[in-house]
Structures are given as C-alpha cells and as structure tokens.
Design a protein around this ligand. Structure first.
Ligand SMILES: [Zn+2]
Ligand SMILES: [Zn+2]
Length: 149
C-alpha cells in the first residue's frame, strides 16, 4: 500500500458509482471508458478536506447550476511528500459555488478544509466526485481512501 489518504468527506458515504463504472449515468463518461472517479454521497454544504499535503494546481469557483460535461466548481491538488511532488494528484468536483478555498499555487495540509459538497456542473444531486491521478493517469481512488480512514 502506498500513501494512505484521509477520507475526503468526513461522514460521507461510499456509493455504487465506482471507478470505471458503466452504469447508465456514466457509460458515456471519459470517452466511453466509464466513470473516471468515485462518487461519495453527502448533504450539500458538508466539508471536503484535503486527503494529504500538497499544492493547489487548479481551481474553479464560478459555476452556477447544471452544466453538461462539467466538473462544476472543483479543486485539484498535487501531493507532496516532505515538500516534494510525489506524482499523485487528487480532484474534488461539483462543489458549492464560491466554496473552494485557497488559490492556485497555494499550499494545503492534510485534513485542511478545502471546499463544500455541492451539485454544480454535470451533477443531479449533492455528492463529491473524487479522482486520483498517478503520474497523470487515472487510478482507482479506493486504492488510496476508505470510508473508515
Ligand atoms: Zn455510475
Ligand atoms: Zn462521479
């Protein structure tokens, strides 16, 4: 096992929308490869935390309501080990409008609040869409997170 990350939404629950699921909702995702991340259910407004230390590599904060093929408001973090980038990146999507904290290039520490669970972009109910990228390739987030951590 590599880096153990925190569960990104304290109190949030795992859903059946697993990595690469091709359910009716996700069959067209990622050019037909299926769901590029996992969905974690939680009420709108619930805190999202950074799963590990890192540097903010992207932020979107200005999406209002539904937008097809959109992550909505999101934050992306490049993770570091002892201050050095370690090839892992996480992305937290569909956040509440203007709830994403910090700015591109800013530092975050593990368990720091970074955004709130929302329903912006291509989303039909409040949830966190969470992705893990390893050396710029999508990997199964459940290799790194678990609801009990
Ligand atoms: Zn699905
Ligand atoms: Zn999703």
């Amino acid at each position: 096992m590599s880096t153990q990350f925190s569960w990104p939404v304290p109190g949030g629950t795992r859903t059946s929308h697993n990595f690469r699921c091709k359910c009716p909702k996700h069959i067209g995702s990622d050019n037909g490869n299926g769901h590029p991340g996992v969905d974690i259910a939680a009420p709108e407004g619930r805190d999202i935390i950074a799963v590990a230390d890192g540097i903010i590599s992207a932020i979107e904060n200005n999406i209002v309501g539904f937008q097809e093929k959109s992550y909505g408001n999101y934050i992306e973090i490049e993770h570091t080990t002892n201050g050095v980038k370690n090839g892992l990146k996480t992305r937290y999507c569909h956040c509440v409008y203007k709830s994403v904290l910090g700015e591109k290039g800013g530092k975050v520490v593990k368990n720091q609040r970074i955004a709130k669970v929302g329903n912006s972009g291509n989303s039909q109910d409040a949830h966190l869409h969470f992705e893990v990228h390893k050396n710029n390739t999508l990997v199964d987030p459940y290799l790194y997170v678990s609801p009990n951590s």
